[in-house]
Design a protein around this ligand. Structure first.
Ligand code: CP
Length: 323
């Protein structure tokens, strides 16, 4: 389906005004985002990579935390959809003078944007904005809570290769405790019927993670054995106070993804990492750069998936009909 044919598809919009969590998405909505992203990916292959879908819409990118992949792919996605985009440079904004998040958001709102993409170190910051703003809010990563567009682009990348999500064994290995990517992926993948295994040192596994319907192991070989997908998560030293494991060298020895461990997985295993990577800590360079790695495909697909999310939150085909 091309982007021009999206208006003819049966389900054309998301139920919620905002994208805050993958836990809010039904299987049909996840499929809608992934199908729409397929059409958006085709736009990126055209000589002129632009469609008028969000012409006249204004999107504010409000990143309070560092980002390479998410911020740039949102900006490229917005430009490909012809939206007017505004990047707020936090370091040169009134945030440094002590302005609160709520006041910053309401100040931006007074200039009538249609959508605000927010990344913030506090879990729940996008929820606050969704309560006080008229704009649609997109969570681009909030503290240790969620990163929904990352999970959607991960699902897109898996489905592109495997043609399905249901029934796949997905092993997620690393710093589970501090990971918003983990939480968004677990909600999404279990909703779509995947079998999710999580693995890390006991100090880095959230106490209540089993309640989300995953299998927990502290033995990496058990997680990787017969896996269709292995997703490594970054050791987030910046969020750690105190020692969660003896040393990075020991972490790599016990939980690092090596070529030898990779041989336990299915022959067509996919190696994923949301980035940024700690090479030689959670993943060996030979694996990160090897034939099973789809890490750069994840980055590329991030543009199409974020185009799909922006398009659908703007009203999708219904919006185009009204225009
Ligand atoms: N995966 C991810 O969120 O990367 P960035 O921090 O570079 O956006």
């Amino acid at each position: 389906m091309t982007v021009e044919q999206l208006a003819t598809s049966a389900l054309t919009a998301l139920r919620h005004k905002h994208l805050l969590s993958t836990a809010d998405l039904s299987p049909e909505e996840i499929t809608l985002v992934l199908d729409t992203a397929e059409a958006m990916k085709e736009v990126g292959a055209r000589p002129i990579k632009k469609v008028p879908a969000l012409r006249g819409k204004t999107v504010v990118n409000l990143f309070f935390e560092p980002s390479t992949r998410t911020r740039t792919s949102f900006e490229i996605a917005e430009k490909r959809l012809s939206a007017d985009t505004l990047n707020i440079a936090i370091a040169t904004s009134s945030v440094v003078k002590g302005e609160t998040l709520a006041d910053t958001a309401l100040t931006l709102e007074a200039m009538s944007p249609d959508m605000i993409v927010i990344r913030h170190s506090s879990s729940g910051a996008p929820y606050l904005l969704s309560r006080i703003c008229r704009s649609a809010i997109i969570n681009a990563g909030d503290g240790m809570h969620e990163h929904p567009t990352q999970a959607l682009l991960d699902a897109y990348t898996i489905r592109e290769r495997k043609k399905r999500l249901s029934g796949l064994k997905v092993a997620i290995i690393g710093d589970l405790l501090h990971s918003r990517v983990l939480r968004s992926n677990v909600h999404l993948l279990t909703t779509m019927g995947a079998e999710v295994w999580v693995c890390g040192p006991p100090t880095l596994v959230p106490a209540d993670i089993r309640r989300l319907g995953v299998t927990v192991t502290h033995v990496i070989d058990d997680a990787v054995r017969e896996a269709d997908v292995v997703m490594l998560l970054r050791i987030q030293l910046e969020r750690m106070e105190g020692a969660f494991f003896p040393s990075l060298r020991e972490y790599f020895a016990v939980f690092g993804m090596t070529e030898a461990r990779l041989r336990l997985a299915k022959p067509d295993v996919m190696i994923m990492h949301p980035g940024p990577m700690n090479r030689g800590v959670e993943i060996a360079s030979e694996v990160a750069d090897g034939p099973y790695s789809v890490i750069l495909d994840q980055v590329a697909n991030g543009v199409a998936v974020r185009m799909a999310v922006l398009y659908l939150l703007a009203g999708g085909a219904a919006h185009e009909d009204a225009a």
